[in-house]
Design a protein around this ligand. Structure first.
Ligand SMILES: Cc1cc2nc3c(=O)[nH]c(=O)nc-3n(C[C@H](O)[C@H](O)[C@H](O)COP(=O)(O)OP(=O)(O)OC[C@H]3O[C@@H](n4cnc5c(N)ncnc54)[C@H](O)[C@@H]3O)c2cc1C
Length: 380
């Protein structure tokens, strides 16, 4: 395997982490990223204990914890008035969840690679493969050839569309706005991660380092609605009127041009990640709804599992097959659980919301934490 070359398409969390893991095995990797540089735009992200364990194997857990905000007490689910419905604790885990600005996470990953590993400004437009190798064509009409291809080009993957044209995106029924406010929530540096569930929509308040707060807002609605794409901060404030503090505060401190909007999609249940010499990684293979904050965490797990398969198997083909077998079951289970959580969290009938909240208050914490424990527990 040492004399084989691996071309990775996409320099996101999946592509960069896979490149680090394979480079640490002494393999020849190059990453091709469509953007000319790491974009400073983007919101925050939560890195859960399972992904921190994986990052520890790459020697990167400390850097992420140092740059990020380590959750003091897991995440609390609140009602509109701010009363606790449920608490998801990470106290039994080796790591607490960390929130971090995406651009800062990307910078940490990029710094762990040998200079020149990532080639920016290269948008893949086509790929071809035969028994001798793979060829990637870029939008600038240049080409590159290698032995194997790892497609880490995200949920709208060009590579997946070519290799698996029948796999479809699925709209969740909700749309999302995200932003970063230059302030901490009222309780300052000891603030807990919170998500508020109520009939108008779901709102997350996640402190970041350097007195910043990452927030997200999810509202039920049709996909591709032009009105949503044009919403400004004042419109989001209106939707979440009457929600407890600091919802209005963090929204009003966010500049309009720092707000991102996306409809939420996932991929139909993944059946296959391999096509010949090509393998799908991260969202390209198994985009999941963000309800468990596990999409990027699973991309990081992919990288570690792939490295493990390369260590355990004598050929790339055998390693790919072992990877597919091990990963499909886990990402499928997480994808299905995430969809279920989304359905419950996005209830918009006030009567059903009241019922849900009562059930949540009565559910023993031990039962909730058992499910989470299965999610967070993974060995590499
Ligand atoms: C609202 C929201 C909140 C989320 N919150 C969390 C969270 O808290 N925790 C968590 O774990 N996950 C979260 N996720 C999921 C997470 O964002 C994704 O799972 C993760 O970004 C996937 O990483 P990736 O590298 O596979 O894809 P991406 O992050 O999409 O990266 C793909 C990369 O490929 C590049 N690319 C695309 N096309 C091409 C091309 N043709 N040629 C070359 N390069 C290309 C892109 O520019 C990009 O750099 C969230 C998702 C959403 C929508």
């Amino acid at each position: 395997m040492k004399n084989k070359s691996f071309l990775i398409i996409g320099g996101g969390i999946a592509g960069l982490t896979a490149a680090i893991a394979l480079q640490q095995l002494g393999l020849d990797v190059k990453v091709y990223e469509r953007f000319p540089e790491i974009r400073p735009a983007g919101a925050g992200i939560m890195i859960a204990p399972n992904a921190l364990r994986a990052l520890a194997r790459l020697g990167l857990d400390k850097a992420v914890q140092k740059q990020g905000y380590v959750s003091p007490r897991g995440i609390a689910i609140l009602n509109k008035q701010g009363s606790v419905l449920s608490e998801i604790s990470t106290s039994s885990q080796q790591y607490s969840t960390v929130s971090i600005h995406r651009a800062e996470l990307h910078q940490i990953l990029l710094s762990a690679l040998r200079p020149g590993t990532v080639i920016f400004g290269k948008a893949c437009s086509d790929t071809n493969q035969d028994e001798d190798g793979v060829t990637v064509t870029f939008a600038d009409q240049t080409e590159v050839s290698g032995d194997y291809l790892l497609a880490a080009d995200g949920i709208h993957s060009v590579v997946r569309k070519k290799l698996f044209p029948s796999i479809k995106l699925r709209y969740s029924g909700y749309t999302c706005w995200r932003g970063v406010a230059p302030c901490w929530p009222d309780s300052g540096e000891n603030s807990q991660f919170t998500e508020t569930w109520a009939a108008q929509g779901r709102f997350g308040v996640i402190p970041l380092t350097n007195e910043r707060t990452y927030w997200y807002a999810l509202v039920n609605g049709p996909s591709g609605d032009k009105r949503y794409a044009e919403y400004r901060i004042k419109d989001i404030i209106q939707i979440f009127e009457g929600y407890h503090s600091p919802v209005a505060q963090v929204l009003s401190r966010t500049p309009d041009d720092k707000m991102i909007h996306n409809d939420i999609f996932d991929l139909e249940t993944p059946e296959q990640f391999i096509s010949g010499r090509s393998l799908l990684l991260g969202d390209a293979g198994h985009a999941i709804t963000p309800n468990l904050g596990q999409g990027a965490c699973q991309a990081i797990e992919d990288a570690l599992e792939l490295a493990r398969c390369f260590i355990q198997h004598s050929t790339v083909e055998l390693a790919y097959r072992a990877f597919e077998m091990r990963r499909i079951e886990r990402v499928r289970a997480i994808s299905q659980l995430s969809l279920k959580v989304g359905k419950i969290a996005q209830l918009d009938n006030p009567l059903l919301c009241g019922l849900r909240n009562s059930v949540m208050r009565l559910t023993p914490a031990s039962l909730q934490n058992k499910q989470v424990s299965n999610l967070f527990h993974v060995e590499f």
